[in-house]
Design a binder for this molecule. Structure first.
Ligand code: CDP
Length: 208
């Protein structure tokens, strides 16, 4: 079974994807890490984030074994990722890997922005996970504090709103809910409640 989970920044899609994958015993790919890693490589090489050709080359030479680098989780890397992820060449270069990951025997859980719309339009189950920008900013601020990066609430909220606008407004694979996705608004749900609700839907789909 292929499960596609999309949604805006800090909506809880990553946590949900990880928990579902662990529960089902299936592999999980956080596709945001791919874009974050492209941005990290450019920054490390002191290359511009704004040049589509240079960014596409960086995507082509990405070391897929290095996705557990803790630096990828920083606030700056999220911002930089949303710049390079707007380039068609970068997205196309990373598409094959994502599709192969999804296509492995027994399926997989992938989370991102365009999994249900572009990467796996044939996914067996699609969730669109969202929450209000304020609640997402609170969560992101908490996560950043836990990873030793304290931040100001107003700044984090502004980051999230800017990133939403960029991800939704780009012409290439913009963030949007697939027409056959199930909407999961987690504003009032903690991680456990969101997981329980999604798991109930997965299990009833598996029985069908
Ligand atoms: O965790 P958070 O939602 O903040 O970020 P992420 O999922 O790691 O994604 C970082 C950035 O990568 C997003 O703002 C998107 O611009 C981009 N991205 C994308 O374009 N397509 C994906 N499938 C995943 C991420």
């Amino acid at each position: 079974m292929i499960i596609a989970i999309d949604g805006p920044a800090a909506s809880g899609k990553g946590t949900l994807a990880r928990r579902l994958a662990r529960h089902l015993g299936r592999p999980h790919l956080d596709t945001g890490l791919l874009y974050r890693a492209v941005a990290r490589d450019l920054l490390d090489r002191r290359e511009p984030l704004s040049d589509p050709d240079i960014a596409t080359r960086a995507a082509g030479s990405l070391d897929l074994a290095g996705l557990d680098d803790p630096r990828l989780r920083s606030r700056d890397m999220g911002e930089a990722a949303s710049i390079v992820s707007a380039f068609a060449g970068v997205r196309e270069t990373l598409l094959g890997f994502q599709r192969r990951f999804a296509g492995q025997e027994g399926g997989a859980v992938l989370d991102g922005r365009d999994i249900g719309t572009v990467v796996c339009p044939e996914a067996d189950l699609k969730f669109y996970v969202t929450a209000t920008p304020e609640e997402r900013a609170r969560r992101r601020q908490r996560e950043l504090a836990q990873s030793g990066e304290p931040s100001d609430f107003a700044d984090v909220l502004a980051d999230i709103q800017r990133r939403d606008a960029r991800d939704q407004g780009r012409p290439n694979a913009p963030l949007k809910m697939a027409s056959d996705a199930i909407l999961l608004d987690t504003t009032e749900l903690d991680a456990e409640a969101a997981f329980r609700e999604a798991l109930g839907i997965v299990e009833s789909r598996m029985r069908a």
